[in-house]
Design a protein around this ligand. Sequence first.
Ligand SMILES: Cc1cc2nc3c(=O)[nH]c(=O)nc-3n(C[C@H](O)[C@H](O)[C@H](O)COP(=O)(O)OP(=O)(O)OC[C@H]3O[C@@H](n4cnc5c(N)ncnc54)[C@H](O)[C@@H]3O)c2cc1C
Length: 353
Amino acid sequence: MTAAVRVVVIGGGQAGLAAGYYLRRAGLDFVILDARTQPGGAWIHGWDSLRLFSPAQHSSLPGWPMPPYPGPGYPTAEHVVDYLAAYEKRYELPIRRGETVTAVSRDSDRFQVSTDTGEWSAEAVISATGTWWRPFLPLMPGGFTGRQLHTVDYRGPEEFAGQDVVVVGGGNSGAQIAADLAGTANLTWVTRRPPRYLPDHIDGKALFDVATRRRQALETGQADTAGVAGLGDIVAVPPVREARDAGLLRPSPMFARLDADGPVWTDGTRRHADAVIWCTGFRPALSHLAPLRLRTTRGHIPTEGTRAVAEPRLHLLGYGDWTGPASATLIGVGMTARAAVTDIKAALDTGRR
Ligand SMILES: Cc1cc2nc3c(=O)[nH]c(=O)nc-3n(C[C@H](O)[C@H](O)[C@H](O)COP(=O)(O)OP(=O)(O)OC[C@H]3O[C@@H](n4cnc5c(N)ncnc54)[C@H](O)[C@@H]3O)c2cc1C
């Protein structure tokens, strides 16, 4: 049995919820399909000490601000999960959980959306599946016999107490996990280039403003400011700042290989490692779109705003700046969700393809 709706949203994390908010306002019949059984998207994972890089008032989805965080510092991941769970209830979003989309294909002028439990037919699709589900690990020669983990596997420093741990990565995850481990493990923090900290006063709100200004500059033909990337790679959240200022975050350059015992640098330096934690990022989780055979560039589907260039009734939300400025953040995704739904509504109302 195939169920028909006007729009299928794939993914019920923050991006899917923001899309749901605008689809409801637009009066379109839709469903949100999510593989997990719990609300919260990627925020139900992450490590124990993970905090937002912005206060609650700058981490809100459209319509309803995130309630203030009652504790000290910026909100925890748990606070975000509670907010997302309450958000989907508040707006009565039609979410079906525990339903994984396996394939999206064309079916004359509609999409056929196949899941592990059934079939859906839709006039438009919003893909909002995030990146957490596709961790990226570089191939490294050498036959290391210790433990290797990715950011997605890290929970906290306790299990590494007294161990020799190598953290690889000069982005936010690498810096935060290195800071988290610094007092507990014998830490080696490896970065491909010297770490670039953003100025201490910069938080998620300021990053959103920078990303928006960049987009406006590009749209009006002004010089590319390089946006957030031009400022640095690491938001100096309080734990990172403290570890850095205490001299606990001393970076080493990237090693050349991982021998059985640990990393080896090009000058012959070796170090023992019990564990290597790869904080080397993520790729967009797009395998369900493979049957559409859309061209990809570096794993991204070419888009104009959120709309897939070669498939105008497919929109991509979240993932990264390539789907809109700060689209992969709580504060940024609302703007791109609104643009996507406005475009879908216009296409459906006019029969535009
Ligand atoms: C370590 C870390 C720290 C971050 N800190 C911040 C921060 O402080 N502030 C901020 O604003 N942003 C932060 N971000 C970025 C961003 O907010 C998160 O990555 C966010 O989770 C992205 O939301 P999303 O809805 O796009 O994807 P996700 O949260 O990953 O949600 C995607 C949903 O899609 C579902 N799904 C996936 N594949 C399928 C499928 N085939 N079928 C059905 N369902 C599927 C998943 O189950 C999931 O529920 C951080 C990211 C990371 C990794």
